[in-house]
Design a protein. Structure first.
Length: 226
């Protein structure tokens, strides 16, 4: 079982199958990652009611609605956790002439996601472009709110479009807390807030959100083997 993005092209799927075959794998089955994430998050995808998963990976974020074991609608945005790191890094570069590395950007992203951090400050270590020397910035968390909003509004827009394409009955099902955010645990928190604000539906964060795809693939593999 190998997970692939929902919008993967036939050429991309064939390339992955060829690589797996060259590696000596046996029978291979490709599974769309939103479906695997929904299974891993224990969403009732086999029921006649709708449930929705928003899966944020490192490079792709996918929104999908499921009902009776089938995918009703889906949309993909080729942005994810890595692009948020880049947005934070670019903000510090342009506004404060301050450079940070990838590890620092990831750590800063975690601080921004902490509960109750809205009124706090963050200390950032990097290199100043004013003198080329190592330095430290202390900034309010609120300064990054516009950066986060611009980034996650794109995913919220995709979720709104998906909800607008399904039937009213299925859309009504989503009001019963049947929308789950998965993927990178940090991004899942931001996603939940943005989608709730944009779509007016409650969004919960899956248990161990970063492991939903792998758990879903394992469960599907066990079902095939049974």
């Amino acid at each position: 079982m190998i997970g692939i993005p929902a919008d993967a092209t036939k050429a991309e799927a064939n390339a992955l199958l060829a690589a797996a075959d060259d590696a000596g794998f046996g029978r291979i089955e490709l599974v769309r990652e939103p479906f695997a994430a929904a299974i891993g998050a224990e969403l009732p995808v086999r029921e006649a009611r709708a449930s929705m998963v928003v899966e944020c990976g490192a490079g792709t974020t996918e929104v999908a609605v499921f009902s009776i074991d089938g995918q009703c609608r889906s949309r993909s945005v080729r942005l994810g956790g890595f692009s948020l790191d880049e947005a934070i890094t670019e903000h510090l570069h342009l506004r404060h002439h301050f450079l940070i590395g990838k590890i620092t950007a990831e750590t800063l992203k975690k601080h921004l996601a902490e509960d109750g951090a809205e009124d706090a400050e963050v200390e950032i270590k990097g290199r100043s472009l004013h003198n080329g020397l190592p330095g430290t910035l202390t900034l309010p968390v609120s300064e990054f709110h516009p950066v986060l909003k611009r980034h996650f509004d794109r995913f919220a827009d995709a979720a709104r479009l998906v909800v607008g394409e399904i039937s009213p009955d299925l859309a009504a099902d989503l009001l019963s807390e049947r929308v789950v955010a998965t993927g990178g645990g940090i991004c899942a928190r931001f996603l939940a807030k943005a989608i709730t604000a944009e779509c007016g539906v409650p969004v919960t964060i899956a248990n161990d959100p970063s492991g939903c795809v792998s758990r879903g693939l394992m469960q599907l593999l066990e079902e095939r083997a049974a």
